[in-house]
Design a binder for this molecule. Structure first.
Ligand SMILES: [Zn+2]
Length: 267
């Protein structure tokens, strides 16, 4: 199956889905990360074209080491909005990848880029198979299935349908995040006011990264313990320390039993 992960920012797809996608890739599925905005404002001293080119090359490098395809749309950070022009860009990208499944964020989110990326996906998902929408980009025979990745927002709260243990993929996930140097070692520490903690040497930074960024996967594992136990059995399910979780949505075509098994069976 062709799995298209659509993130608002250059590291969003990795942060939220790398563990699952590495497992799906191993099973023979085709993975593409699509970044909706070009990262142009996510820095405290660098900007414009130079930052966009740096972000794009970091994103490309992270996808390359995982064997994922990737594409970054040239929409400036903080300027994406749910309009017809961007909706058509999304329709074209989803069709050209012959997408079976889209994974993205939910529309209730603190960040406008996340919110509108999610809304754009929702706005176009039922028109993927309508020939007269974007008629020059061949339509697909079936609309894709839409799946949301985990978030911590409460109104309404995320309700996971599936949790995947990713302890065996955390090293690779951090290798991918390590490629996003302008983000992991510059912008995010600056935002969190811990810039002084960032080591200077590259190999020291890679060692430091999991000490700072592993809480999310650990929280997901603890919050989704019941689902993990159901999937992996009590022995293995209780031992899992890192997980990613996903919620199915009523707004798209639903996965068939066969597709569910093809995607999530024995991973
Ligand atoms: Zn983001």
């Amino acid at each position: 199956m062709n799995i298209l992960v659509i993130g608002a920012h250059p590291d969003d797809c990795e942060v939220n889905t790398a563990g699952l996608c590495l497992k799906l890739k191993e099973k023979g599925h085709r993975i593409k990360y699509l970044c909706a905005t070009n990262g142009c404002t996510g820095h405290y001293e660098m900007g414009g074209g130079a930052l966009v080119r740096r972000r794009e090359s970091e994103f490309r490098e992270a996808c390359a080491i995982a064997g994922f395809e990737c594409e970054m749309l040239d929409i400036p950070n903080n300027e994406i909005e749910p309009n017809i022009f961007y909706r058509k860009l999304f329709v074209q990208a989803i069709r050209l990848f012959e997408t079976d499944v889209i994974i993205t964020c939910r529309p209730n989110d603190y960040h406008a880029d996340h919110r509108y990326t999610s809304i754009l996906v929702l706005d176009c998902i039922t028109s993927i198979r309508i020939p007269n929408v974007c008629p020059l980009t061949p339509h697909l025979r079936r609309n894709p299935v839409l799946i949301y990745h985990w978030d911590k927002f409460q109104n309404p709260s995320f309700a996971p349908d599936i949790a995947i243990g990713i302890d065996d993929k955390m090293d690779m996930k951090f290798d991918m995040l390590h490629c996003h140097k302008s983000q992991m070692y510059e912008w995010l520490p600056w935002e969190a006011e811990i810039g002084h903690q960032v080591p200077r040497e590259d190999h020291e930074r890679r060692k430091w990264l999991p000490t700072w960024r592993n809480a999310k996967e650990r929280d997901i594992a603890n919050l989704s313990r019941e689902l993990l136990v159901r999937r992996y059995g009590p022995g293995q399910g209780r031992k899992i320390t890192s997980a990613e979780a996903f919620q199915f949505t009523e707004y798209s075509r639903q996965l068939t039993d066969h597709e569910q098994d093809e995607l999530f069976g024995s991973i």
